[in-house]
Design a protein around this ligand. Structure first.
Ligand code: NAP
Length: 239
């Protein structure tokens, strides 16, 4: 049986108080999706909600630090209780605590750990709590916000913890997509390109609108859409 799209689409977007996460949330709201913005603390939730309510009332914001296993569980439970099961998950929260000149040999273990706690384990935690709910819905769209810096086929030097964390996030996409195949849940990675945000800086060539587009497209894929793939500008790219 082909899983039907749930009548009320509920999306979780992590790190949605600024940058790409906020823009993805806004674009989903415009597509009539109810968005729950996951933000690190209550003050950031209030700020995010104010920004989101500028385009509609189909949004809420709740605190979650994706590095905290219990906080993620509490957050997902609260989303389900207050709004219903999420059918869309965007693992967007990410950090880049290195310079482009950082090298493997001079990157302390603490930086590797910090980067992986957010960029990989944050997504793992969210998936672990959200996938069982999507399985019950027999429908789900999971979008992992990755990076061209995580592409193994053109892996270069610099920012090693960030690069390896995003390559690992891509591996998570592949293995989870295989695990849930046939369940109505589609799991994909995307690269937004170099985008003008706090992380990307003001010299980046892309706007947040351009950077968010492919993520939103993946959130709204039809049932016969792709899974276990990596995209930029709505086109598959090599891992
Ligand atoms: N900008 C680019 O050029 C670019 C390129 C490729 C990939 N990306 C990826 O795109 C995603 C969004 O990046 P961005 O450019 O929008 O970055 P950004 O402006 O720095 O925003 C990052 C967001 O993630 C949140 N976050 C970080 N750690 C968190 C945690 N532990 N728990 C909850 N939220 C957390 C931040 O919250 P706070 O406000 O609380 O810090 C913020 O909302 C990231 O995964 C990034 O790696 C960006």
């Amino acid at each position: 049986m082909i899983p039907a799209m749930p009548a009320n689409r509920i999306a979780i977007v992590t790190g949605a108080n600024r940058g790409l996460g906020l823009e993805i949330a806004l674009q989903l709201m415009k597509a009539d999706v109810f968005v729950v913005a996951g933000c690190r603390d209550k003050a950031k939730c209030e700020a995010a909600l104010e920004a989101l309510r500028s385009v509609g009332t189909n949004a809420d914001a709740m605190p979650v630090d994706v590095t905290d296993t219990r906080a993620v569980k509490r957050f997902v439970d609260q989303v389900e209780k207050q709004h219903g099961s999420p059918s869309i998950l965007v693992n967007n929260a990410g950090i880049y605590p290195e310079s482009t000149t950082a090298r493997v040999v001079d990157t302390p273990t603490s930086v590797w750990r910090e980067t992986f706690e957010t960029n990989l384990f944050g997504a793992v935690r969210m998936c672990r709590d959200v996938v069982p709910l999507m399985r019950k819905l027999r429908f789900g769209r999971i979008v992992n916000i990755s990076s061209g810096l995580g592409q193994i086929h053109q892996m270069g030097e610099g920012s090693p913890a960030y690069r390896v964390s995003k390559a690992s996030l891509n591996a998570l996409t592949r293995t989870l997509a295989a695990e849930v195949a046939g369940s109505g849940i589609l799991v994909n990675s995307m690269s937004p390109g170099w985008v003008r945000t706090d992380m990307g800086g003001e010299d980046a060539p892309r706007s947040v609108e351009e950077g968010a587009d492919t993520a939103v497209w993946l959130c709204l894929l039809p049932s016969n859409g792709p899974t276990g793939q990596f995209f930029r500008d709505r086109k598959p790219i090599p891992w």
